[in-house]
Design a protein around this ligand. Structure first.
Ligand code: HEC
Ligand code: HEC
Ligand code: HEC
Ligand code: HEC
Ligand code: HEC
Ligand code: HEC
Length: 422
């Protein structure tokens, strides 16, 4: 008995020690490079890449993990355009696969920087694959609420604590029995050994229920589980990430913007000019569909909506009725969002906020559109102040103030229509 408890104690102690050192060693090894890599990755790559999903560029997790030639990879990341210009076969294949979207060059990144990024992507992607993900791509949860690592970490800690308590409990029991043995008292009075072998389950449960530490940990575990569940639920109230309503016409962005590569601007030109991106009028569709796919019932919905008769090629406006597209992205009225400020001034690609629209048969809401989402990007993204008359104006105003000259509200843009009108 005594031997067993001693062995058990030593065993558990050494297991804990080994596990502790292993964890420390592992994280220390990965952090050195990966931490620097993470910062570089977030600053340079996240506008076009995600680890596990296609954005403007390919999902980087699988792409970088499966690439064995790190020298080539480094060259690509530093200057993919040089590789393409040199007609490197692999580079051309990737370039063409992604509709020649074109990646930025990063000649400012040293070999060491790139190695850090690669290490970060590989370790992070490995981690992602080994932790179960709560939602499918595009589904809710993902961006908001506590991270999966946090929740699983907490659950892990609780399980380990439970095991430790059980082991300690067992050891204490054995020790008590030992002490009693020393005093030559019959240990059976406390816990008859024969019965213990015969394991009376009900009695075990009762005994465990009397263990205050154990009960405390069960209550703690329950509270943590309930707490994180309600935390996630509350954070996701009114978040419609992944919302994908059925549209009245089976119009596909995958076909028009992806395969046919029609520029977003062709249909959503106001995104570059003003607050709203707006949905194009059916007349824009008619530029092509007057002659394309005239027999399709889906295209006939366009004709019906415009009161157009394909036989006579005449419009009868009395029969016209608008198509009711279902709105997908919708901020509450108290939040002001302006497209041109982001698309034109900041030069942000549509896909950074709307995801890979050119691959969507039916559009869904890709980003959470929460305030946290707006703020996080504002904290991360540098403004594009070069050749920007607005910022030039600010500098001028600043200079005039320094010289003690008069500055009116007009000089600050108080005459611009959009400052006062939605
Ligand atoms: C402006 C958008 C953009 C940015 C920023 C960007 N990429 Fe790319 N990346 C692309 C596109 C698009 C492709 C697909 C090839 C093409 O069209 O040229 C690509 C391809 C790649 C590939 C090849 C994937 C494969 O299939 O083998 C790697 C690796 C890569 N990018 C890494 C990076 C890293 C690392 C960064 C940050 C330092 C970065 N990219 C930043 C757009 C971008
Ligand atoms: C040929 C015209 C056309 C082109 C080109 C086009 N779109 Fe659209 N877009 C539409 C129509 C029509 C709708 C409304 C129906 C729907 O949601 O699918 C729409 C809807 C959308 C929506 C959802 C609007 C909402 O209700 O919240 C987004 C976002 C969007 N487009 C982005 C893009 C982006 C980004 C591109 C370029 C990659 C693009 N579109 C190219 C016609 C077009
Ligand atoms: C630049 C030309 C062009 C414009 C603009 C355009 N389309 Fe198309 N669209 C096409 C072509 C080409 C096809 C057919 C591809 C094929 O052969 O399957 C097509 C296919 C379709 C189809 C599938 C028809 C079927 O039965 O297969 C629908 C629905 C459709 N378009 C709706 C629209 C709507 C709605 C708009 C306006 C928002 C629009 N298209 C604007 C060129 C265009
Ligand atoms: C910085 C993020 C961001 C970028 C970049 C962006 N959008 Fe949007 N988009 C939004 C938000 C947020 C909404 C919801 C606006 C609202 O409800 O007032 C939206 C709404 C839309 C809508 C629905 C109609 C509307 O105007 O409310 C369309 C269509 C659209 N975007 C297309 C585009 C296109 C095309 C581009 C690229 C030219 C683009 N967006 C770039 C964030 C963005
Ligand atoms: C992809 C990154 C990104 C996202 C997401 C984003 N923004 Fe921005 N936003 C920017 C950048 C960059 C600027 C600076 C543009 C400039 O240089 O004027 C900006 C500027 C603004 C400004 C003008 C600030 C000023 O003082 O001139 C407003 C207002 C704004 N954003 C609102 C929003 C709202 C609301 C959302 C969320 C619905 C949002 N943005 C999401 C990148 C983003
Ligand atoms: C300093 C703020 C401000 C600026 C800048 C401004 N407006 Fe206005 N505007 C207003 C206000 C306030 C009203 C409503 C006045 C009223 O109801 O009598 C208005 C009314 C209007 C109306 C009449 C709307 C109606 O229903 O009667 C139009 C049209 C208009 N503005 C256009 C513009 C245009 C175009 C510009 C840019 C050249 C502009 N505004 C710049 C504040 C402004």
């Amino acid at each position: 008995m005594r031997n067993i408890s001693l062995i058990l104690k030593q065993f558990s102690r050494s297991v804990l020690l080994v596990a502790g050192f292993a964890a420390m060693g592992l994280t220390a090894h990965a952090q050195g490079d990966a931490a620097k890599g993470e910062a570089l990755y977030k600053a340079n790559c996240t506008s076009c890449h995600k680890l596990d999903q296609r954005l403007t560029g390919p999902a980087l997790g699988p792409a970088i993990t499966s690439e064995t030639d790190d020298k080539w990879l480094t060259k690509w990341i530093q200057n993919n355009q040089a590789l393409i210009a040199a007609k490197d076969k692999k580079a051309l294949a990737i370039y063409n696969e992604y509709n020649q979207a074109g990646m930025n060059v990063f000649t400012n990144l040293s070999d060491g920087d790139v190695a850090n990024i690669i290490t970060y992507v590989r370790t992070e992607y490995k981690k992602m694959q080994s932790t179960p993900v709560a939602g499918a791509p595009g589904a809710a949860v993902a961006e908001t609420g506590p991270s999966n690592t946090l929740v699983f970490g907490l659950i892990g800690v609780i399980i380990v604590a439970l095991i430790v308590i059980l082991v300690l409990n067992k050891a204490i029991g054995t020790l008590e029995r030992l002490v009693l043995n020393r005093k030559n008292l019959p240990a059976d009075e406390l816990e008859p050994e024969v019965e213990e072998v015969a394991v009376d389950r009900l009695a075990t449960v009762k005994r465990l229920a009397k263990n205050k530490k154990l009960v405390f940990f069960f209550i703690l575990a329950g509270t943590v589980a309930m707490g994180s569940w309600s935390w996630v639920t509350m954070w996701n109230t009114n978040v419609h990430q992944g919302y994908q309503p059925k549209q009245p016409i089976a119009y596909s962005h995958e076909l028009h913007a992806g395969v046919m590569k029609i520029n977003c601007q062709y249909c959503h030109s106001s995104a570059y000019k003003g607050k709203n991106a707006t949905i194009p009028s059916l007349n824009v569709c008619m530029n092509c569909h007057k002659v394309v796919k005239t027999e399709s019932p889906e295209i006939h919905k366009i004709y019906d909506a415009l009161g157009y008769d394909p036989q006579t090629q005449k419009y009868d406006t009395t029969k016209a009725r608008p198509i009711q597209w279902v709105r997908i992205h919708n901020l509450p009225d108290f939040a002001y969002f302006n497209h041109s400020q982001h698309v034109k001034v900041a030069g942000i690609k549509c896909q950074a906020c709307h995801g890979p629209i050119q691959t969507m048969k039916e559009v869904y809401q890709y980003s959470p559109l929460t305030m946290k989402w707006c703020i996080q990007c504002h904290k991360r993204t540098e403004t594009n102040y070069k050749n920007n008359t607005y910022y030039d104006q600010m500098v001028q105003v600043h200079d005039r103030l320094k010289r003690g000259e008069k500055v009116t509200a007009a000089a600050l843009g108080g005459l611009e229509c959009a400052k006062c009108h939605y």
